[in-house]
Design a protein around this ligand. Structure first.
Ligand SMILES: *Cc1c(COP(=O)(O)O)cnc(C)c1O
Length: 397
């Protein structure tokens, strides 16, 4: 058996054929595949609008821009996430205000969110970390009470539900990402979802060089963008970007969406194998998705275990190294955002500011997780992890 990677995209002939057909169609950008991919995401999340963009990060940028957030504004978010969920706040010149997390769900602690609201708070940006939607309903309530929007960074939660509602339907605006380690991939790509016509129109315009009016008209899907007679094509209403997603990517996305339920079931199966195999490891805290044990409604993004307090960052990092030496891809998901070199330098962030997030992020460890993992591989990973844990214990004697 060779190296077991941390993640691996699930690509079949359906995706390959879809891409080849697109190449043969001659229409490579702004076409029917974008419209269809958007429709599939809007349906799945029960939202009026879906706007395809070039990445989850681009989508978060446009979400904040379309809400009118800018310099002088504060946005409350989590220090325990992928860095893009805080960086997007900086893209628009606003200030990220971090709050500590709840140790069970690893998501922002709603009580601390409410305590952090000031007159300058212009949004709450919540993340379903590792696909766990716990507290998103509470964040929506708090945002509603204070009359500020909730931005849902649902990049890790496609296909999941919470309190009977799809992930992606909680925020004024939600954003998905389709990087190759996500539940579905388009290589690179993202999707903004919202019920708000105004936000949708602005996002459509911003992704396409600021073309068009508030309804997104002048962003031709039928008129060829190469046709100089398409008058509005050269009218730029606002400072925009090129955050479009090509037809090639959208073709992949359609094929992946058609297999989403099947892929979520495969991820559930792998998570179940891990749960069963690791249940009896006394030094591990297993992921708590906050949903029922049959996986109903959950969308597994990664499989992250936490070492108990006997172990620290040094031991955790050595375990990751050891697993890699045994050809098993493991990783330290996530290092705290506020302790990244850039945030320390720019904002004077330092250890001790968010003790729960910091303590947890020193002890978390992502194990290989993808649709095709089988029992033998999970057994190999579990055995290797056990040896590494025992080894660390002996070293401490
Ligand atoms: C993946 C991810 C993003 C960014 O998505 P990209 O498509 O890689 O830009 C943003 N936020 C979170 C929480 C993510 O996991």
């Amino acid at each position: 058996m060779s190296f077991i990677p941390l993640s691996q995209p699930d690509i079949t002939d359906a995706e390959i054929d879809a891409v080849v057909n697109t190449l043969r169609s001659g229409r490579l950008s702004i076409g029917p595949r974008q419209a269809r991919f958007e429709e599939l995401l809007a349906d799945r999340t029960k939202r009026r609008h879906a706007i395809a963009v070039s990445s989850g990060t681009a989508g978060l940028h446009l979400a904040l821009l379309s809400l009118g957030i800018g310099p002088g504004d504060e946005v409350i978010t989590t220090p325990f996430s992928f860095i893009a969920s805080a960086n997007c706040i900086l893209f628009v010149g606003a200030k990220p205000v971090f709050v500590d997390i709840d140790p069970r769900s690893l998501n922002m602690d709603p009580t601390k969110v409410e305590a952090a609201i000031t007159p300058r708070t212009k949004a709450i940006l919540g993340v379903e970390v590792f696909g766990n939607p716990t507290h998103m309903d509470r964040l929506a309530q708090i945002a509603g009470k204070h009359e500020i929007p909730l931005v849902e960074d649902c990049c890790e939660g496609l296909g999941g539900t919470h309190m009977g509602r799809p992930i992606g339907s909680f925020g004024r605006v939600g954003v998905f990402g389709f990087y190759p380690n996500k539940q579905i991939t388009t290589g690179e790509g993202g999707m903004i979802v919202t019920d708000d016509d105004n936000i949708a129109g602005l996002c459509r315009s911003y992704r396409n060089q600021g073309r068009g009016d508030m309804l997104g008209r002048g962003t031709p899907t039928s008129a060829s963008p190469h046709d100089s007679r398409a008058g509005s094509w050269l009218a730029h209403e606002r400072l925009g970007y090129n955050y479009r997603l090509s037809e090639i990517n959208c073709a992949m996305g359609i094929a992946q969406m058609e297999r989403l339920d099947q892929m979520l079931a495969a991820r559930c199966r792998v998570a179940g194998l891990y749960m069963q195999r690791l249940m009896d490891f006394p030094d591990l805290i297993l992921p708590n998705m906050g949903v029922d044990p049959n996986c109903e409604g959950s969308s597994w993004f990664v499989f992250v275990v936490r070492l108990c307090d006997l172990y620290g960052q040094v031991e955790r990092d050595r375990i990751i190294e050891g697993m890699r030496r045994h050809e098993i891809g493991a990783a330290n998901y996530f290092p705290c955002i506020h302790l990244q070199p850039f945030y320390r330098r720019q904002f004077g962030c330092a250890p001790g500011m968010f003790p729960i997030a910091e303590s947890i992020s020193q002890r978390t460890l992502a194990l290989p997780f993808h649709n095709g993992l089988d029992e033998t591989q999970v057994e190999l990973i579990a055995l290797t992890l056990k040896v590494m844990l025992d080894r660390e214990k002996l070293l401490k004697r």
